[in-house]
Ligand binder design. Structure first.
Ligand SMILES: *[C@@H]1O[C@H](CO)[C@@H](O)[C@H](O)[C@H]1NC(C)=O
Ligand SMILES: *[C@@H]1O[C@H](CO)[C@@H](O)[C@H](O)[C@H]1NC(C)=O
Ligand SMILES: *[C@@H]1O[C@H](CO)[C@@H](O)[C@H](O)[C@H]1NC(C)=O
Ligand SMILES: CC(=O)N[C@H]1CO[C@H](CO)[C@@H](O)[C@@H]1O
Length: 246
């Protein structure tokens, strides 16, 4: 009877798909990113369900052999562990058997933009569907790694604001143990606010800025105005003004 229960437990634990990304490739991607971003340590985030399907211990041992301090941490503990400020950290996750609601919780952390994030993605659904309404803020460095033949494509994902569609852009490619065509400055190309309307307040300071009402709307005048207009055009945003400080 006990044996039977054991088998039952095993089969229920192992229902989820095992990770298809080769351990060697995953290790190499992490090592290469650690070099580029001078990462001081790696946290491998895993839920209890994921432990049997992903070779965390193997990956962790290999990273340590590469002189990269590594710890395996549950997604729950990550919520309560302060982000290390003076030590560039890489948080790694696998999507196989992953609980997206945990990521939803993680994404509300105030320090989300401090570490670098890497998600090995191997789902039938698209990246957009997977993230659903998870908010990855504009200033976050969040990478999604996807197997593509003998290469791994690295995408960056973010949203301009919570209600905007997920932006997915190419970050780089991993091939034959090396990162190629990657952006050294992570924020390169992240210069389109996609028509975002920000609320602005102007403290009039002549001759630089002068907020005037015209036909019921406020327009910025003064010598700052052309500069501001140039920023709006370059960064693709608009503004509405308010005279209330709250
Ligand atoms: C680690 O993974 C590699 C590649 O998948 C495999 O060859 C090796 O046996 C594994 N080592 C352990 C200790 O599981
Ligand atoms: C500005 O953002 C809007 C909304 O995403 C988009 O349709 C438009 O093409 C963008 N303009 C430029 C110049 O990128
Ligand atoms: C305000 O309305 C007047 C008359 O309709 C128009 O001539 C003027 O261009 C408008 N100004 C702005 C800033 O829209
Ligand atoms: C997955 C794996 O075990 N990869 C490597 C770990 O480190 C040893 C020694 O550095 C390599 O031989 C493995 O290929």
């Amino acid at each position: 009877m006990l044996k039977f229960l054991g088998i039952l437990l095993l089969t229920t634990v192992c229902w989820c798909r095992t990770s298809e990304i080769p351990v060697d490739a995953a290790v190499s991607v992490i090592v290469e990113l650690a070099k580029v971003f001078r990462v001081g340590g790696v946290f491998l985030l895993a839920s209890r369900e994921q432990v049997p399907v992903i070779q965390w211990a193997n990956i962790s041992a290999n990273l340590s052999r590469n002189k990269i301090p590594t710890a395996i941490m549950s997604l729950k503990s990550a919520l309560y562990t302060p982000v290390l400020l003076d030590w560039p950290t890489l948080y790694v996750m696998f999507s196989a058997g992953f609980d997206i609601s945990a990521l939803q919780q993680l994404s509300s952390l105030p320090g989300l933009s401090i570490p670098l994030w890497l998600l090995f993605f191997e789902e039938e659904q698209t990246v957009e569907e997977f993230f659903g309404d998870v908010h990855i803020p504009f200033n976050c460095r969040f990478l999604v790694a996807q197997l593509d033949g003998d290469m791994i494509q690295l995408l960056e994902v973010y949203r301009v604001t919570r209600h905007f569609a997920l932006t997915i852009a190419q970050y780089g490619v991993w091939k034959d143990g090396a990162l190629i065509d990657y952006k050294l400055n992570f924020y390169d190309g992240r210069n389109n606010l996609q028509g975002f309307t920000m609320t602005a307040i102007s403290m009039d300071s002549l001759p630089y800025s002068d907020l005037r009402e015209e036909n019921g709307t406020y327009v910025l005048g003064g010598s700052m105005a052309p500069l501001w207009k140039m920023l709006e055009d370059r960064l693709n945003f608009t503004y509405v003004t308010t005279d209330k400080l709250d």
